[in-house]
Design a protein around this ligand. Structure first.
Ligand SMILES: Nc1nc2c(c(=O)[nH]1)N[C@H]1C(S)=C(S)[C@@H](COP(=O)(O)O)O[C@H]1N2
Ligand SMILES: [Mo]
Length: 369
């Protein structure tokens, strides 16, 4: 049961799925990097500063101590998911796409803690600014050069940053401990419900501005391009007019049995299956997961597990027992629905970069014994 390592330089890795889903709170989650990880010696919580500037009345230059002691600390449990999670399914169920072959382990569910971005922005005097509706908050890390840009950045709408219900934080802690270097020490953004790409690690600067972040990973990656963009060349004209991925879609995955495995029936002729489900960006929690063994003609409702810390941003574990005919090839599919009524489609729209795949969870080519 080893990790799937998709790349060493930079490191891109997802845990083996049954290990990942063995605990509700993830200790050792995936790593997604567009740049090398900064050297440990380079990052120092005592000297690190986060600059807050742009359309604010007073620019701030905050130390980690100030972020920890001058603001109320807010804790949020949420899933952090790469928009490329399940790209392997889009590639195999629909058709070839560009990008790392993430299976379904590019997600982790953690307890994060730090000041609310809203409080930090208010201290900088953003609340007095007009036109907050059309502004953006951009995050930047200049620690290391990225593959496609000299720095890493992303942005979210200012309205989201200022909404306390959205719980966007400058995370200093993960699961009760200081952030590890690999997950963004000494401070990173956590924006519950949004694509992991916006959760900038090794955060140096926050800018309130009129435009989205100009960074490559905001403008030319992490977008659901229209189907007419079939290769890099035809994609050119769509990058500028396609919105960036922000809210992630409702999703579910079958953790066991896996495609190609042998599944044993119990004495009642039923096969046990289980998996995880994720809510849509703002539409959580997941309220229902159904499974089907006849391609979606009939569905069985799965049982949802309860865990400490669960809420509107977290994943949900589910399990079910389904009657299955002996032999092969057999399949099981799963479908999640969240509190806002968002429901997974059978297959989701193909897009060149293979992001936001949320077709039914699938275990195919099973042999039932
Ligand atoms: N500075 C920096 N922040 C970053 C990235 C990066 O490459 N550099 N990758 C982003 C992407 S695409 C994702 S999905 C998440 C992954 O966070 P993790 O490595 O802690 O799992 O971090 C985001 N923040
Ligand atoms: Mo990502």
């Amino acid at each position: 049961m080893s990790d799937k390592v998709h790349g060493q330089e930079p490191i891109n890795r997802e845990p083996e799925i049954s290990k990942l889903t063995s605990t509700f709170i993830t200790e050792d989650g995936y790593e997604r990097n567009h740049c090398a990880q900064p050297a440990e010696e380079q990052l120092n919580a005592r000297t690190h500063r986060v600059l807050i500037d742009g359309c604010v009345h007073n620019s701030l230059n905050l130390s980690i101590t100030s972020l920890r002691s001058d603001f109320p600390q807010h804790e949020v449990v949420c899933a952090l998911q790469c928009a490329g999670n399940r790209r392997h399914d889009m590639r195999t169920v629909v058709r070839e796409v560009q990008g790392i072959d993430w299976f379904d382990g590019a997600v982790m569910n953690c307890r994060w803690r730090g000041p609310l971005l809203k409080d930090v922005l208010e201290k900088a005097g953003v609340a007095d600014i007009d036109e907050t509706e059309s502004l953006h908050v951009a995050f930047a890390s200049f620690q290391v050069e990225c593959q496609e840009d000299s720095w890493y950045g992303a942005s979210i709408p200012l309205s989201r940053a200022l909404d306390p219900d959205k719980e966007v934080i400058l995370a200093l802690e993960q699961n009760g401990k200081a952030l590890s270097v690999r997950h963004g020490y000494p401070v990173r953004i956590i924006a519950p419900g949004l694509a992991g790409a916006r959760a900038v690690k090794w955060l140096d600067k926050i800018t309130v501005q009129k435009e989205e972040s100009p960074n490559y990973y905001m403008q030319r990656d992490y977008k659901v391009l229209p189907p007419q963009a079939v290769d890099s060349e035809s994609a050119e004209r769509y990058w500028g007019i396609t919105p960036p991925v922000q809210e992630m879609p409702v999703n579910s995955v079958i953790v066991s049995p896996r495609t190609g495995e042998t599944a044993k029936r119990d004495s009642d002729g039923r096969v046990a299956c289980h998996g995880y489900a994720l809510p849509s960006g703002d539409g959580g929690p997941v309220v229902r997961v159904e499974v089907s063994t006849d391609g979606g003609n009939t569905w069985t409702e799965a049982e949802l597990e309860h865990h400490d810390g669960e809420g509107r941003w977290t994943w949900k574990f589910w399990k079910a027992k389904v009657a299955m005919v002996l032999g092969k090839p057999r399949s099981i599919i799963s479908k999640a629905t969240d509190a806002s009524g968002q429901m997974q489609p059978a297959v989701s729209n193909w897009n060149l970069r293979g992001v936001c795949y949320n077709g039914y969870g699938e275990a195919r080519e099973l042999e039932v014994q």
